[in-house]
Design a protein around this ligand. Structure first.
Ligand code: PLP
Length: 377
């Protein structure tokens, strides 16, 4: 069994994907070919955001957003303690200071009370300026943007939506990547919408920021590539990846629906046995991951071991709170304690999840989990 079956997806949609790749080979415009702008238009239409600027990966997308706002030394950026490393990595990369914030026990997304406490701490106990909150749509479910927006307005913060896992999610009818002042996503192969290499995108309604983003991702270009008006980076989505993504976007909604059916099936089988994912009212998850929580680290180990014996892959996202990563040891402000994150890191477990998962496979996963739980008693 595959954790995320990319080959099955390719086999089913081989004709369209092959022809998209062939079209790039036929014209040999490997960088900045017409497929790149076409994809940007399609992604803007899909998310309902005015501008989409593609780039080389989801980490660069976050960095480009911070660079667009001139975030740097003396600035505090609030980041959930429970997320992939990139969400926080880009903060010291631009010279700013990360402040890690605890998450909700049920959804694993940023906790707004903890966020408020962290902002208050920074204001009263440090010389830093609170500037940005990185809100992560973890495992596919959007963060609580109504509450985050209210806090952001109160404290003058910019919202950076990290939708690397959130693409395909919604709040009511509104798609992920439309909730931040700037929003970003990743097209890493295993993400909800993945390409065949690295890729990423930045979204904003703001015309000036969009123009600056287009400059920053091509060496700070001005009138052309050899006129450089600022220091930027080299971060482009190549044409081949754009062509693959355009082909895959056409069946993306069907894939999300298939993931929703798989999640429902998992929920039925696991309800009452383990903590199943909690999706808040009005939210739709894109199901980048299906993540359960066990009672303790020992129980998680027994489940992982039993799944492995039965040939079933599983993954722990994430084992270590961000504030415990050595990389941040001398460059963060510890404003709030993140006890919920610490506990979740010991107990969470992500199960195989993708649009092509069969009912029998879900039953096998859940059967193995039940065996492991029974063995513990
Ligand atoms: C994958 C991921 C990223 C980074 O994306 P890359 O394309 O791998 O650079 C950033 N944030 C989160 C939450 C992610 O899951």
């Amino acid at each position: 069994m595959q954790f995320r079956d990319l080959n099955k997806q390719y086999q089913i949609h081989k004709v369209q994907i092959d022809s998209a790749i062939q079209s790039v080979l036929d014209t040999s415009q490997f960088i900045s070919g017409p497929q790149v702008r076409a994809l940007e238009d399609e992604l803007a239409a899909y998310t309902g955001v005015k501008h989409c600027v593609t780039c080389a990966n989801g980490t660069d997308a976050l960095q480009l957003a911070l660079m667009t706002w001139d975030i740097g030394a003396g600035d505090a950026v609030f980041v959930p303690d429970f997320t992939f490393f990139s969400s926080g990595e880009v903060v010291p990369l631009v010279g700013a200071t990360p402040v890690f914030v605890d998450v909700r026990e049920d959804t694993y997304n940023i906790d707004c009370d903890s966020l408020r406490n962290a902002v208050e701490y920074v204001i009263h106990h440090t010389a830093l300026r609170p500037r940005v909150v990185v809100a992560v749509d973890l495992f596919g479910q959007p963060a609580e943007y109504e509450k985050i927006r209210a806090l952001a307005e109160e404290y003058g913060l910019l919202i950076l939506e990290d939708a690397a896992q959130g693409f395909g999610g919604r709040i009511d009818s509104r798609p992920a990547c439309s909730f931040g002042d700037i929003s970003t996503t990743s097209f890493f192969p295993a993400k909800s919408l993945g390409c065949y290499g690295d890729g990423g995108a930045v979204f904003t309604d703001n015309d000036l920021w969009a123009e600056k983003l287009r400059s920053l991702c091509v060496h700070g270009r001005g009138a052309d590539k050899y006129d450089n008006v600022r220091v930027g980076i080299n971060s482009r989505l190549d044409t081949m990846q754009a062509a693959v993504l355009s082909a895959k976007l056409k069946f993306f909604e069907e894939e999300i629906s298939a993931c929703e059916r798989a999640a429902e099936k998992y929920n039925q089988q696991l309800c009452g046995q383990v903590k199943i994912p909690v999706i808040l009212d009005g939210m739709r998850s894109g199901w980048a991951q299906y993540t359960i929580c066990l009672q303790d680290a020992g129980e998680r180990n027994r489940v992982i071991e039993r799944l492995r014996e039965n040939g079933i892959p599983s993954a722990v996202y994430y084992k270590k709170p961000m504030h415990m990563q050595q990389a941040f040891s001398d460059r963060q402000v510890e404003a709030v304690s993140c006890t919920r994150t610490a506990s979740i890191c010991e107990r969470c477990l992500s199960l195989p999840m993708h649009p092509y998962l069969e009912d029998a496979q879900i039953e096998a996963v859940c059967g193995s989990i039940r065996e492991a739980l029974a063995q513990a008693k």
